[in-house]
Design a protein around this ligand. Structure first.
Ligand SMILES: [Zn+2]
Length: 259
């Protein structure tokens, strides 16, 4: 844990915590939604330098605080950006009466929204989630088993079945019976991250545990294991799986703020 050396109240950006780190090489500013701004100081940088740095960067910090604030609100969809999957787009259609209906056809997820319900109504939010999950499930069935077959042939891995599941905390798993479970939420990620998870589970068919041998084998099939593990850690920290309305682009933006 980094030691907090000072908390200062800045006029434009609110509380800023200054923390010392033995490992940090550069002065950096961290922003996360609804938390004080954190400034990490390497040992060799005097507090006064860091303070002046924040003073100069106030406008920049403020701009990003506004963006973060709007991302934080993204677990409720307000219709302010289009909801799209790889093949489908959400279309909210005004309806005169209950109940809410959801239909998937011709690359459209139609949600019939009764006039007495605002878009933020929990039932509409639930319908939006159901529609998205149904679309991702279809896409997952189209894309994932085929990909697993191809990679297994390429790498000489054997497995029994691929199951597509709506999982809350994991991207994939491999059972001792060599069944591979893949999360339908993978369809929210770019191909290279999906491929990483597939290779990861295929390697588990031979090596169940995450030891050096496992990572070395995985590295043979995916050249950027370190980079991708980092992204998956960040996805977990951002609560990406739990927040179905967060797109990968929004997540990525949120990630790159922490410069
Ligand atoms: Zn694993």
């Amino acid at each position: 844990m980094n030691k907090c050396v000072s908390r200062e109240d800045f006029e434009r950006i609110g509380i800023v915590e200054f923390r010392r780190s033995a490992r940090a090489r550069r002065l950096s500013i961290y922003l996360s939604p609804h938390q004080p701004v954190k400034v990490i100081l390497p040992w060799h940088i005097p507090f006064e330098t860091a303070y002046q740095f924040v003073m100069k960067k106030q406008a920049w910090i403020q701009r990003h605080q506004v963006k973060l604030h709007s991302l934080k609100a993204a677990d409720t969809y307000k219709g302010d950006y289009p909801l799209v999957t790889r093949n489908y787009q959400v279309n909210l259609i005004p309806a005169t009466s209950m109940p809410i209906r959801i239909a998937l056809e011709n690359n459209v997820i139609s949600i019939y929204q009764p006039s007495e319900m605002a878009i933020t109504h929990p039932d509409i939010q639930a319908a939006l989630k159901m529609g998205l999950v149904a679309a991702w499930r279809r896409e997952a069935h189209q894309h994932l088993p085929e990909r697993v077959t191809k990679f297994a042939q390429l790498g000489g891995f054997r497995y029994k079945n691929v199951f597509i599941k709506n999982l809350k905390s994991r991207w994939g798993s491999c059972s001792t019976h060599l069944n591979i479970n893949l999360n339908l939420h993978l369809m929210r990620l770019p191909d290279e991250l999906i491929d990483y998870v597939i290779w990861h589970e295929l390697v588990h068919t031979q090596i169940p545990y995450h030891g050096a041998q496992f990572w070395n084998e995985l590295q043979r099939w995916d050249r950027n294991v370190t980079g991708k593990r980092h992204i998956f850690r960040e996805l977990a920290r951002a609560g990406f799986l739990a927040n179905v309305f967060m797109t990968y682009e929004q997540f990525w933006h949120r990630c790159t703020l922490k410069e």
